[in-house]
Each structure stands twice: as C-alpha cells, then as structure tokens.
Ligand binder design. Structure first.
Ligand SMILES: Nc1ncnc2c1ncn2[C@@H]1O[C@H](COP(=O)(O)OP(=O)(O)OP(=O)(O)O)[C@@H](O)[C@H]1O
Ligand SMILES: [Mg+2]
Length: 304
C-alpha cells in the first residue's frame, strides 16, 4: 500500500457559541499511527468526523495527497475505514451477516473469512451481535472499518472499556494495520496506549492543537528530568520551596514534585523532612511521562 499524507487545513466547527474545533492544522504522514490526545470535549471526535467526511466543517480543507476530500467525498468513503466512538450494530444479525451487510456497500470488499481471521472472530462467525463481549464487539467494529481495505483507518477510542488483556490484543491488531502499510489515526484517553502505539501525537484541548510530535519528543520538550512522588500524608504543600524544583502538584493520592535536577531536589526534600519531623512515606522517583506533559499543557488530567 503506497499511502499518501493526510492534511487537515484550518478545520473549524462551531456549535452556537461553542467552537468545537478551531482552525486546526495537522499533517499526518502515511504509514504511521497518529494519536489525538485530549480531555473530554477537546474536539477529538469532531475532528475525526470532519476528516472522515461524516460531518461538514464550517471552514477548512482535508487533503489525502492531492485529493481535496471535502470536494470529493466519494474518495474519502473509498479510502477510509472508520470505527466510531460508539458503534451501533443490528443486534440480531450474526457477525458474518453484519460483515456481509457492510461488504455490500463497496465494490471490492475484503472477504469475510479474512476479516474474521484477522480479528480473531472465527469462533463467533455465526454468533449474534447481541451476545458478543465488549472486546469482541470492538474487534467486530474494527473488522467493519477494514471491509473496504482502506488506506487510512480512523479509530475513535478503540480500547475504551476493555480489560487490560483485551486492550493488549487490540494493540497488536492496530500495530498489524500499520505493518500492512495503512495509516492509523486514533484517539485515546490512555497515556500508556498513546505512548505504546503512536509514532506521532497531537495534544488537543478546546479545539486546538497545543503541541505535536513523537511521544518522546513531547516529553523532552515539555518536561524536566524527573518527578518525585510522596504520599499526601507527608504534609508537603504546593508552596514548599526546594532546590531545582519546577513545581509541586496535588494529584489524586500523591504529591508530585516536578524537578529539573533529581538529586538536588531529593536532597532538599530529605532535609525538609528531617527539619519538620516528617516521614517521606511512599517516596518514589520516576522519569516524566506523557501524563505529566499532558498536565503541563492543559492543566488537566486526562481521565475524569
Ligand atoms: N452535535 C453537537 N451539537 C452541539 N455541540 C456538540 C456536538 N458535537 C460536539 N459538540 C461539542 O463540541 C465539543 C467537542 O466535542 P467532541 O465530541 O469532539 O470532543 P471529544 O474530544 O471527542 O470528547 P470525548 O473525549 O468526551 O469523546 C464539546 O464541547 C461538545 O459538547
Ligand atoms: Mg470523542
């Protein structure tokens, strides 16, 4: 599969007073896994739907190579495979019947046998959709997205609600799509998923891209060396002054000390604890993650 770059230029969508997507530009090279990361309401689904041709932008263009997909929507339908954030199926059809139904929409569909084989749904071929588990439904949604042998596959929160094992299986399938030369564009709330899968990421909030790059690049660009965590019971406040400290954040169960220089801050922290007669319960150090970058850029945590 040769593959062409996907370009989003100035995409904009307004709903009354809300600008869901605001002059968004993205350049997605072919054959990679591209991740869109952002909190609830950031505009990820709206961006995907406009790119897929399912929602009309108020402004902007979508290009696949030299083809203007807003002017030629049939090209988008032919070259794109889409898994929506919530997929509705006909619950009384079987897996095989569902795939046949979608096959009938295209002139050169992939074979049902190939699709169920690839998605590990052979056993469920004749099972009704209403009896599938969450993971099996997600795999069926992916099989449906692949029916037309697409160049670009869009996955909106593909692993939402799956258990860890099912997520890992799905990751393998997604990596397999890239290995076949397809471009994958996905949204996710899971940092580990973004870090694992995405070759490039765009971090979005309020309809705009705050930054984009390879996960490692983003971490290096926005983050200092490391993070020290201690339990909140330590009693350290966000205004405590320590050497080389960037800032102290209250997270759910811990206080996170973001630092430019791990040793200096740690030495200062130990001195602070002995001065104030405190125990450094739950002390941990770690290198910065995408979650830290996300907090840095949006001031919000990704989940909840
Ligand atoms: N059909 C619609 N009518 C009105 N407002 C909408 C509509 N669709 C989306 N919005 C608004 O646009 C903004 C972006 O929504 P969108 O679904 O694109 O976010 P998202 O990043 O996909 O969020 P989530 O992580 O929850 O899926 C939100 O403020 C949402 O309320
Ligand atoms: Mg969404």
């Amino acid at each position: 599969m040769s593959g062409k770059a996907l370009r989003l230029e100035g995409l904009t969508k307004r709903y009354g007073a809300v600008t869901a997507v605001d002059q968004l530009n993205l350049n997605i090279p072919p054959g990679i896994i591209f991740g869109l990361l952002g909190p609830n309401g950031a505009g990820k689904t709206t961006t995907l739907e406009m790119t897929e041709g399912l929602r009309r932008p108020d402004e902007g263009r979508v290009w696949l190579g030299e083809v203007d997909l807003i002017r030629h929507p049939a090209e988008a339908k032919r070259r794109f495979g889409v898994q929506l954030q919530t997929s509705a199926f006909f619950e009384l059809l079987t897996v095989k019947e569902t795939l046949e139904l979608f096959q009938s929409l295209y002139s050169h569909p992939l074979r049902v046998g190939d699709l169920v084989g690839r998605m590990d749904l052979e056993e469920k071929r004749n099972a009704r959709v209403d009896g599938l588990s969450g993971g099996q439904r997600q795999r069926l949604a992916l099989a449906v997205a692949l029916v037309n042998d697409p160049e670009v596959v869009f996955l909106d929160e593909p692993s939402a609600g799956l258990d860890p094992q099912a997520r890992r299986n799905l990751w393998e399938v997604i990596v397999g799509l890239k290995a076949e030369g397809r471009t994958v564009v996905l949204t996710t709330h899971y940092m580990d998923e973004a870090e694992m899968l995405a070759d490039r990421l765009a971090i979005m909030d309020h309809g705009r891209v705050l930054d984009e790059g390879a996960p490692r690049e983003l971490i290096e660009r926005h983050l200092p060396a490391a993070v020290i965590e201690v339990d909140r019971s330590t009693g350290i406040g966000t205004d405590t002054n320590l050497p080389a400290l960037v800032r102290i954040e209250e997270r759910e169960e811990v206080m996170a000390l973001v630092t430019q220089h791990l040793e200096d801050t740690l030495t200062g922290l130990v001195a602070w604890a002995s001065q104030h007669g405190r125990q450094l319960t739950g002390l941990k150090t770690r290198s910065a993650t995408l979650e830290d970058v996300f907090l840095e850029l949006t001031g919000r945590s990704l989940r909840e």
